[in-house]
Design a protein around this ligand. Sequence first.
Ligand code: ACO
Length: 357
Amino acid sequence: MSLQKTGFQLLTPPPRASITAVHGYLPPDLLTNAELARMVDTSDAWIIERTGIKERHILKGEGLGTSHMAAEAVRGLLQKTGTKPEDIDLLICATTTPDMQFPSTANLICEMVGVRNVGSFDVQAACSGFLYSLTIAAQFIANGIARKVVVVGADKMSSIIDYTDRATCVLFGDAAGAVLLEPDNLGYGIMDALIRSDGSGMIHLHQKAGGSRMPPTPETVANRLHYVHQEGAAVYKFAIAKMAEVAGEIMARNNLRADMIDWLVPHQANKRIIESTAERMGLPMDKVMVTIQKYGNTTNATIPLCLWDYEPKLKRGDRLVLAAFGGGFTWAGVYVQWAYDGASAPKLNGKGNGKSS
Ligand code: ACO
């Protein structure tokens, strides 16, 4: 029954979820192309030409997992915005490298940053997980259940990478990025979101052992089955098609022409995939956020790290199209009207936009 037929009127539309702050964390240790060329049969020139990556950050230190980086990013986010842990209503962690099978990494992050007695959970959608999480968080805000939601994308990819496999070890890095979402009734925020999946893509990108289908044994470890298995060319083909498709669908659904978009914020897996997506959308590269040269593919952290890096350039009202793809296969697109002037956002310790490195 429609609202009109029952005589009720929706006086105000449900609030949109708006990104009101962003922060990130990069572990201090760097892994350069030159170092990788000493570990496997590759070269700086090949990696730059085929992927655009020059270096990536790697988390070192015994007992430090994904939660360590995520907690650093969330602590910075709270400090930067003057938000008390007790003001947070919900924390979602997008990760493919959880600290443990259970409990969730989100639970652990909450404990580490002092967020207690609220819901927290992980979202697993490989590299699309951050956009899946934004989409979920927006629903909690729209229906009034939560007013302050933290979404953190974090991955310690180095924990599942085979550093004897040149086809994968050059691609990935470790990092975390977090955003604060709050209700906005001024017309800014998450305007639209699409999430998609196709499980038949599993064969091309997955981790064979360690789950319930193939629990760990001495044989699975000896056969290196706990690392990322990727058929690069198949993933590349899928990514090129789906990134453009999802961005195009978001544009069409929201009547967005290319000249109306201020920024494309693409998942950072390969510079050639990013360039191809921009070209198919009709966007020049100066409207595309690119950080892959510094950080590599940090899986769930790529998109919030882009927002963090480019925060000083973002202006209130800017139209952003966020697009991602990942293992599963999964893919997602989100249209955001940015809610604040990044240049006047609070800074941590007076260091630029608060970057840790
Ligand atoms: N250094 C030198 N040569 C290499 C390297 C390397 N690091 N890696 C592969 N090669 C070789 C291959 O062995 C192959 O040699 P061959 O022709 O003698 O067999 C040759 O380079 C070409 O291999 P391709 O796989 O065709 O190389 P391509 O140009 O496709 O680049 C890459 C490989 C970078 C992996 C690309 O396919 C790609 O980016 N794919 C998508 C990956 C991706 O986006 N993954 C993230 C998914 S998101 C998530 O959910 C985790």
